[in-house]
Design a protein around this ligand. Structure first.
Ligand code: MRU
Length: 358
């Protein structure tokens, strides 16, 4: 029998091959192909092309990627080593702009180098290895904890709507928005999950639906424009989404279309939960309007997934990859340190205070 996708970690360091090991998500659900990447260009392209995607998974991939770059550095002086490390870090940081986990993980890796100026490059490489593995291992615990808190918000049998993929395929294991479903499933609970297909890259239809079906969850795909009807029918008890960057006031950037789901949820009186590891909360950004939104190629809208181009040549295309959901539309933000409720300017600060004590 083919291996269940859920038994494969989304991102890992292959110690034997000294390679970044990922599932190529552009091929899912048709083909499960594992990639072993060692070259910086290949790791950059894997992130840019969404072979590895989802904010936490991108962070882990970048941490492992910059460790692999460090391995190649043959300088003997600290300054020489740091110069080359910084160049590799900046290169990977330019692969995608919105998910703050990318920068958070790379900054953590850089801090290891900056904190050990007296150490040899050989030692620095060892420390970088350990930090990359730590970032990866932490991700699993963080997602599990988000899942536990998320489970407090729902009950067995509930219908849940999700947008994009903030499941295991977007993290190392469990996911964020789908972590309560995975944990609930492990405990014999049965949720009914509605996956928005998530135009234009279909992370909902290709990835969330695949992940949910693989977990044995009652799963229904809907086109993005069907969410209103499904909510009106009373089939959705809660919406759970992930995020790429949360501002200090609770505004949350996530996959394009998320804010529309939040507006619908408010209209129908359905709670709208954003699941956010603290690595995705950027307290340096005051409000959502200051979050850089990635714009991607027009062809993702006009050609991808169609056997022939479906839009006239020369037409203008607007293809933002993310939008920002206003904090006023968010019922709660579920973190690994607890559930933040409005006002987020206060509750998110409290979450970070709690983080300091643990
Ligand atoms: O463009 P993608 O597929 O990387 O976008 C992913 C999302 O928007 C996810 O919801 C977000 O990164 C959270 S993943 C836990």
């Amino acid at each position: 029998m083919a291996e269940n996708i859920l038994s494969i970690d989304t991102v890992a360091l292959d110690e034997e091959k000294q390679a970044l090991k990922i599932i190529d998500q552009t091929k899912l659900p048709g083909t499960v192909e594992i990639l072993y990447l060692t070259k910086q260009e290949d790791i950059f392209q894997a992130i840019y092309l969404l072979k590895v995607r989802g904010a936490p998974a991108i962070g882990v991939a970048a941490a492992i990627g910059v460790y692999l770059a460090a391995l190649e550095i043959d300088e003997s002086s600290y300054d020489g080593f740091y110069g080359r490390f910084k160049k590799a870090k900046d290169y990977l940081a330019s692969s995608r702009p919105t998910a703050v986990n990318l920068f958070w993980a790379l900054d953590r890796m850089e801090k290891v180098v900056l904190d050990h100026k007296e150490e040899s490059p050989a030692k620095l490489k060892k420390f970088l290895h350990d930090e990359a593995v730590k970032i990866r291992d932490e991700d699993i615990q963080v997602c599990k904890s988000i899942g536990e808190y998320g489970l407090e918000l729902i009950k067995d049998g509930d219908g849940i709507l999700t947008h994009c993929n903030a499941g295991q395929l977007a993290t190392v294991r469990y996911g964020t928005a789908l972590a309560p479903v995975h944990l609930g499933r492990e405990r014999g609970m049965n949720f009914k999950v509605f996956c928005d297909e998530t135009r234009p890259l279909l992370q909902g239809a290709r990835l969330s639906a695949f992940e949910m079906v693989s977990a044995g969850v009652d799963t229904t795909i809907i086109c993005d424009n069907m969410a209103s009807m499904v909510m009106k029918n009373g089939w959705v008890k809660a919406c759970f989404v992930g995020c790429d960057r949360v501002a200090a006031n609770g505004d949350a950037a996530n996959k394009i279309g998320t804010s529309g789901v939040a507006i619908l949820a408010k209209h129908y009186g359905i709670p709208f939960y954003v699941c956010a590891p603290t690595s995705t909360i950027d307290m340096s950004i005051k409000e959502g309007k200051d979050i850089v939104i990635e714009e991607r190629k027009a062809e993702e809208v006009t050609e991808m997934w169609y056997s022939e181009r479906m839009a006239p040549m020369g037409v203008k295309v607007f293809n933002p990859a993310f939008d920002v959901t206003d904090h006023g539309l968010i019922t709660a933000i579920v973190t690994e340190f607890g559930i933040a409720k409005p006002s987020y300017s206060e509750s998110l600060k409290a979450i970070f205070e709690k983080k300091k004590t643990i």
